[in-house]
Design a protein around this ligand. Structure first.
Ligand code: NAD
Length: 347
C-alpha cells in the first residue's frame, strides 16, 4: 500500500518560478515513466513533508492527465501541474527527468523551440546553473552526448541514466540506473534516482550509462529469442513448459528472460510476465528492435562484430513487419511469432 499525504495547496503559476528549486518535472509518462514518476513524486513528498511541487508533460496530454488523476486518488488534495511543452516544464522545474522512446524524441524535447535548452537559456545564469537534467531514455550514445553538450552550454548539469529492470522494476522502485556524466552530476542525481531505483551505478563520463545499457540489452534481446526457441522446442518434444522453465531456471541456462519474462503462459506461475496478459505492457518489441539497432550502429562505429545481435535485430524486424499486432506488445511475444511459424512449417 502506498503512503498518502495531504499536500500543500497549488501554488499560483505567477509564483512558480520562485518555487523552481523545489519543483520536480517529469517528461514522458509512458509505461516506464508513469511508474517512475509515481515513485519519485510520492517518496519525495513524504521526504519533504509536502513542500515539493511537481510538473508533468507528455506528447499525449491525456496520458499526463491520467497520471495526475491516479496520483491525486492516492494523494488527496495533490496538485501536479500538467504542462504542454518541455520548455514550460524547464521554466518552472529545477530538476527534470525525461523518459522518452528514443533519440529523435530526446533531441526534440531538449533542443527544439519548445524544448528544455531554449527554456534554460531564458533563465538567469544562476537558475540555469542550478538545474539538473536526468535523461533515462535508451538512445544513441552520440545523440545523447550532443544533447548533453547543448545543456552544458546553458550552465545546467546533465546525466544519462538509462534503466534496467523493466516495468515491474519501475513499479517496485527497484530499477538499476546506469549513469554517465561528471562525478558532481552523479552525486547530485543519486538522491533523485534513489527514489526510483535500487541500484545506481556510475559508469563513467557522458554517454557511458548508455553504452552499458546498450550492451546489456544486446544480451537480453538475444536471450529472449533463444528462450522462446527453447521453450517451443521443449513443448514440441512433449515437455510441460512449467517443468522446462524450472529446469532452465535452476541450471546453466538461467536468465531473466526465462525466470521472470518467460514467454509461455503458466510456465513461471510465481511471476506475472506479460505473456499472462497476452503480452500487453512490458517492453515493446519496437523498442527492443530500436535497442538492437543502437547496438549494431555503435558496434559498426568501432568495428566490433555482432553476429548474434544482427540476427536478433533481423528477427525482431520480421516480428514487427509480419505481425504488426506484436509491435507494441512485449518483446517476449517473439515466442508467439515463432510458434505460429512452427505451426505453419509443420502443416
Ligand atoms: P513508452 O512509449 O511507453 O513511453 C514514452 C512516452 O513518451 C509516451 O507516453 C510518449 O507519448 C511520450 N513522448 C514521446 N515524445 C515526447 C515528447 N517530445 N515530449 C513529451 N513526451 C513525449 O516507452 P517506455 O516503455 O516507457 O520506454 C521509455 C524508454 O525506456 C525507452 O527508451 C525504452 O527503450 C526504455 N526502457 C523501457 C523498458 C520497458 O520495459 N518498457 C525497460 C528499460 C528501458
Amino acid at each position: 500500500m502506498r503512503p498518502t499525504l495531504r499536500l500543500l495547496q497549488a501554488i499560483p503559476s505567477s509564483s512558480a518560478v520562485a518555487y523552481r528549486p523545489h519543483t520536480l518535472g517529469f517528461i514522458g509518462l509512458g509505461r516506464m515513466g508513469s511508474e517512475m514518476a509515481y515513485n519519485l513524486f510520492s517518496r519525495t513528498l513524504v521526504e519533504s513533508g509536502g513542500s515539493t511541487r511537481f510538473t508533468v508533460c507528455d506528447a499525449r496530454q491525456e496520458v499526463a492527465e491520467r497520471f495526475v488523476r491516479k496520483f491525486a486518488d492516492q494523494f488527496p488534495g495533490a496538485k501536479v501541474d500538467v504542462l504542454s511543452t518541455p520548455a514550460e516544464v524547464a521554466a518552472v522545474s529545477g530538476t527534470l527527468i525525461t523518459m522518452l522512446p528514443s533519440s529523435p524524441h530526446v533531441r526534440s524535447a531538449y533542443t527544439e523551440d519548445d524544448g528544455i535548452v531554449p527554456a534554460l537559456m531564458k533563465l538567469s545564469p544562476e537558475s540555469a546553473k542550478s538545474t539538473l537534467c536526468i535523461d533515462s531514455t535508451t538512445l544513441d550514445v552520440e545523440a545523447a552526448r550532443q544533447v548533453a553538450a547543448h545543456v552544458a552550454k546553458t550552465g545546467a548539469i546533465m546525466v544519462d541514466a538509462p534503466v534496467s529492470g523493466g516495468v515491474a522494476g519501475a513499479k517496485a522502485g527497484t530499477l538499476s540506473f546506469l549513469v554517465g556524466g561528471t562525478n558532481t552530476a552523479f552525486e547530485l542525481a543519486t538522491p533523485i534516482l534513489a527514489h526510483m531505483g535500487g541500484r545506481i551505478i556510475y559508469c563513467g563520463s557522458s554517454g557511458a550509462g548508455l553504452v552499458a545499457k546498450i550492451c546489456n540489452n544486446l544480451v537480453l534481446g538475444v536471450q529472449q529469442i533463444v528462450v522462446a526457441e527453447s521453450m517451443l522446442l521443449g513443448q514440441k518434444l512433449g515437455l510441460d513448459p512449467q517443468v522446462l522453465a524450472a529446469v532452465i531456471n535452476s541450471s546453466t541456462g538461467a536468465c531473466w528472460a526465462c525466470s521472470v519474462n518467460n514467454p509461455v503462459p503458466g510456465a513461471v506461475p510465481e511471476k506475472s510476465p506479460p505473456c499472462e496478459r497476452d503480452y500487453e505492457g512490458g517492453f515493446a518489441t519496437t523498442l527492443m528492435l530500436k535497442d538492437m539497432g543502437l547496438a549494431k550502429d555503435i558496434a559498426d562505429s568501432v568495428g566490433t562484430p555482432l553476429p548474434l545481435g544482427q540476427t536478433a535485430e533481423q528477427i525482431y524486424a520480421d516480428v514487427v513487419r509480419e505481425d504488426p499486432e506484436l509491435a507494441d506488445r512485449d518483446f517476449s511475444s517473439v515466442y508467439r511469432y515463432l510458434r505460429l511459424a512452427s505451426n505453419l512449417t509443420s502443416r
